[in-house]
Design a protein around this ligand. Structure first.
Ligand code: HXC
Ligand code: NAP
Length: 290
């Protein structure tokens, strides 16, 4: 995976990627490895993680540690930290990428369904941030970086994924709050907000069956296409690296302009045939004085 950073940009640094066995987390891991980082990937399914680790190591020759950990469980996250430190000595970056999500009208959700998503997305991010952050602070370790993966509806909100929207909004608040509070410890907190990037995990839960044909996500994007994994991975590598050392408390949107198009009141005028604009102009000019 080609990067804007030089190939040894992350050499000697250790980065933990939650949800690193699949989808975007896997692509981030591949990019980080290519830049020389040691990467610890974690999620609930050890078999998936180990397969990813084996494949990426055989392709890159780098170091990937696969550790099973449910980020909802604080003790499991403490164990994760212990294991990764035993293997690599220290941790320099944490990418809170793990998530749970599915579409549903909100009135169909049970309290447990809502809680499940909040627990994975918000509390999982909180748990990892607390465990690694406390250790960095207690040890006086500096030059550390936390990167949270949110999405644009963290600030716009969105129907049909309301638990996720609430949780991602909380993660964004956490990002900005800790940027201010922990900056003096040498810990940066940033976020990325991806638009649509095809992954099996997201697509199967957000656009199941033939919904993928009915709701073409690319049509929502001014650039007319979906995101490519390497584009997000490159941004993530930069933001987790010391090269972005003065960026703190930022959320970088990477969505081809999708959310702004959704917000703009007249964005629907892109459906007007170009040949119609002469007639429309005449009608508008004709309205003068009326
Ligand atoms: C209504 C549902 C439901 C559905 C589950 N529940 N699916 N309710 N509609 N489709 C309810 C269950 O009935 C149960 O409540 C509760 O939620 C917990 O369900 P479990 O299956 O026991 O939970 P668990 O095994 O922990 O699985 C979590 C999960 C699952 C979130 C439900 O989908 C998962 O493992 N997801 C991980 C990966 C993922 O979601 N990736 C996509 C990220 S994409 P009751 O009351 O019945 O017991 C993303 C994109 C953002 O975030 C932006 C895109 C543009
Ligand atoms: P994905 O492949 O389903 O990734 C989610 C990962 O989270 C999985 O590896 C899953 O692994 C892990 N996970 C879920 N619950 C967990 C738990 N309790 N503990 C530990 N790990 C857990 O989906 P993705 O599309 O790559 O999503 C990655 C991130 O990008 C998410 O934060 C998502 O919200 C964000 N995002 C994606 C898009 C998109 O278009 N794809 C857009 C905006 C934002 P296990 O099941 O093995 O635990």
């Amino acid at each position: 995976m080609e990067s804007m950073l030089r190939p040894d940009a992350l050499k000697g640094r250790t980065i933990v990627v939650t949800g690193g066995g699949t989808g975007l987390g896997r692509s981030m891991t591949e990019m980080l490895l290519g830049l020389g980082a040691n990467v610890c990937i974690t999620s609930r399914k050890l078999d998936v993680l180990q397969k990813t680790a084996d494949e990426l190591v055989s392709a890159s020759g780098g170091h990937v540690l696969a550790v099973a950990c449910d980020v909802r469980n604080y003790e499991e996250v403490e164990n994760l930290s212990k294991v990764v430190r035993e293997r690599f000595g220290s941790v320099d970056g944490l990418i809170n990428n793990a998530a749970g999500n599915f579409i549903s009208p909100t009135e169909r959700l049970s309290g447990k369904a809502f809680q499940t998503v909040i627990d994975i997305v918000l509390m999982g991010t909180v748990n990892c941030t607390l465990v690694f952050g406390k250790e960095w602070i207690a040890g006086g370790e500096r030059d550390k970086s936390i990167l949270n993966v949110v999405t644009t509806y963290a600030w716009t909100g969105s129907g049909y994924v309301v638990p996720s929207a609430c949780a991602k909004a909380g993660v964004l608040a956490l990002t900005r709050s800790l940027a201010a509070e922990w900056g003096h410890y040498g810990i940066r907190s940033n976020a990325v907000a991806p638009g649509p990037f095809p992954t099996k995990g997201a697509w199967s839960r957000l656009l199941p069956g033939d919904m993928i044909e009915k709701f073409d996500m690319a049509k929502r994007v001014p650039l007319g296409r979906l995101g490519e994994h390497r584009e997000l991975a490159d941004l993530v590598a930069y933001l987790i690296s010391p090269f972005s050392g003065y960026i703190n408390g930022e959320v970088v949107t990477i969505d081809g302009g999708e959310w702004l198009k959704g917000a703009g009141q007249f964005s629907m005028l892109d459906q007007v045939e170009p040949g119609m604009w002469d007639t429309i102009e005449q009608m508008v000019r004709g309205a003068k004085g009326s």
